[in-house]
Design a binder for this molecule. Structure first.
Ligand code: IMP
Ligand code: MG
Length: 180
């Protein structure tokens, strides 16, 4: 099992599995709404997935504009949980097809917020691509249009995702299982 900074990391999805899924997702995406396509990656967690998925999209012939939005959740209890914009996009989304990219769809609050925001701003279609779908944690009535993998109910790290600011740089998705 890989050991990273003194922790055992149990690989859940390997770099090879992810690369293969990204190629398949890109082909699925070409069959959806892609007119004047704007891809928006939700930072920070999606940055590696977005970079790889965009290059897979390029291989299909799509040439999207790329933007970034930084969103943050606040509130930890069962009440008053919300999402706020830390840094917004610069582009106008009016009448455009938008593909939102995120690392994990969990409660659904982040993606529901982002999707509603973009429709309020006049986007024509907003579709969602996520690397991982942690379905058992869902609180909102929202589904992704493109899902890399169904994710078991573990806290995962790597491939952009962190725990306490660490492990984003791992080329695979794994579970921290303890001290090495
Ligand atoms: P939600 O769908 O609004 O609950 O938010 C999902 C967000 O929480 C993702 O975009 C991640 O940034 C973060 N997140 C959820 N589960 C995990 C995990 O297992 N590892 C790392 N980040 C996670
Ligand atoms: Mg996130």
């Amino acid at each position: 099992m890989p050991v990273v900074r003194g922790k055992n990391i149990d690989p859940l999805f390997t770099a090879e599995q992810i690369a293969e899924r990204n190629r398949a997702l890109a082909i699925e995406i070409t069959k959806g709404p892609t007119k004047d396509l704007l891809v928006i990656a939700i930072l920070k967690g999606s940055f590696i997935f977005a970079a790889d998925l965009l290059r897979a999209l390029h291989d299909t012939g799509l040439a999207p504009e790329v933007e970034f939005i930084t969103l943050s959740s606040y509130g930890a209890g069962t009440v008053s949980q919300g999402v706020r914009i830390v840094k917004d996009i610069d582009s106008d989304v009016k009448d455009r097809d938008v593909l939102l990219i995120d690392d994990i769809l969990e409660s659904g609050r982040t993606l529901r917020f982002a999707k509603e925001l973009l429709y309020e701003r006049g986007a024509r279609n907003v579709t969602l691509a996520v690397l991982l779908d942690k379905r058992v944690k869902r609180q909102e009535n929202i589904e992704a249009d493109y899902v890399g993998f169904e994710c078991p109910d573990y806290f995962v790290v790597g491939y952009g995702m962190d725990v306490a600011y660490a492990f984003r740089e791992l080329p695979f998705v794994g579970i921290v299982t303890g001290d090495a």
